[in-house]
Design a protein around this ligand. Structure first.
Ligand SMILES: [Fe+2]
Length: 354
């Protein structure tokens, strides 16, 4: 199984990508709206077929990326029936199986943080994704949404800490840089829910946390009850519309050489090699390209016009990726790195000037 843990630092949210490597079928658990382009890039670069986005519950601190992923890749949105969410494709109840290729996850109802909390468990109990029911050395809050500490205590004890001892547990959040734990660890060391803690101790603990109201609850809960479907276009983590530009997992805007060739008059092409290097190279240059070497690029940004989108090029696309990033940081919105550089341009038979 392919497994990736992804973190949204501002909200401490953990997302999980799981895939069956034989069929490339994948699921994404607890995606984050603002991280859509990052997650989409990873799924594309790993050549995965995203079948489902799964949410563990209606989050109060961030908006799910489920709807955006459905728009981009046609994945199905799955969430608990008890969540009350609309816009989903599959409403899950306790015991539901989510199959992806030769793998599957079982949904276990673990209410108490919210009514619709689910924990997703691999059939061999090697991994479970607990959302906010069980956190590492902690537990999700029970003081808003439909929180109830008695219910959460029962859910965690009966559905999560009853799994085999070496089952790895992956939470929906962590705010201290911790990534995973196990059933045995939490039974021994969880101060709220470990074996030594009684239900009345837990309820007393949870009822006296005194935490501030979540910052984004008024925005996040209604949006998550729509599975992340925006009410307007203004808040999209947008993909540029000037050409088929994609965001790579490395965080660079990238464009295909075929499109650039067909639309050369619509863009400005900037070669970032040194002048001497270009003269000495047998590779040639892209027709109509200007030269601003990477070594002086930061000092010469003012020479560039943003009248047309800027496409950066170098032999293999490495230095030009840095150039595109420099321009993006300087506020140029329409920039892209030429995928594969001059090597790919030539390899697919596009013309160069010698
Ligand atoms: Fe939550």
């Amino acid at each position: 199984m392919l497994f990736r843990q992804l973190i949204d630092a501002p909200t401490g949210t953990h997302s999980y990508l799981l895939a069956d490597e034989k069929s490339s079928s994948a699921v994404l658990i607890d995606s984050v709206f603002e991280q859509h382009l990052r997650d989409l890039a990873l799924i594309r670069e790993l050549d995965l077929k995203l079948l489902y986005t799964l949410d563990t519950h209606v989050h109060a601190d961030h908006v799910t990326g489920a709807w955006l992923m459905k728009e981009a890749l046609g994945s199905m949105i799955a969430i608990a029936k008890a969540s009350g969410a609309e816009e989903s494709d599959m409403l899950l109840e306790h015991g539901a199986q989510i199959a992806f290729g030769g793998l599957s996850l079982e949904a276990r109802a673990t209410p108490g943080h919210t009514n619709g909390c689910l924990t997703y468990v691999l059939p061999d109990e090697s991994m479970a994704f607990t959302g906010d029911a069980l956190l590492i050395r902690g537990a999700g809050r029970t003081d808003f949404q439909e929180g109830d500490p008695h219910t959460l205590f029962k859910s965690v004890r009966e559905q999560i800490l009853s799994l085999q001892g070496d089952c790895s547990l992956y939470p929906g959040h962590d705010y201290s840089g911790r990534c995973a734990t196990t059933v045995t660890e939490e039974r021994r060391h969880n101060p709220r829910l470990g074996d030594q803690v009684r239900e009345e101790d837990f309820v007393g603990y949870m009822n006296n946390l005194g935490l501030p109201h979540p910052n984004r609850i008024d925005e996040a809960v209604p949006a998550n009850l729509r599975c992340g479907k925006p009410t307007d276009d203004s808040s999209f983590p947008g993909t540029p519309d000037w050409g088929p530009v994609i965001r790579t997992f490395a965080g660079v805007w990238q464009i295909e050489p075929e499109w650039v060739f067909k639309n050369q008059s619509e863009v400005s092409i900037i070669d970032v090699r040194e002048h001497e290097e270009i003269k000495a190279s047998p590779m040639g240059r892209l027709p109509g390209s200007a030269v601003i070497p990477l070594s002086v690029l930061r000092d010469r940004i003012h020479e560039a016009s943003n009248a047309k989108p800027l496409v950066f090029v170098c032999p293999a696309g490495a230095r030009s990726a840095i150039a595109a990033t420099i321009f993006e940081k300087e506020g140029f919105e329409r920039v892209a790195n030429l995928r594969g550089g001059i090597l790919e341009w030539r390899s697919i038979g596009l013309p160069v000037e010698l």
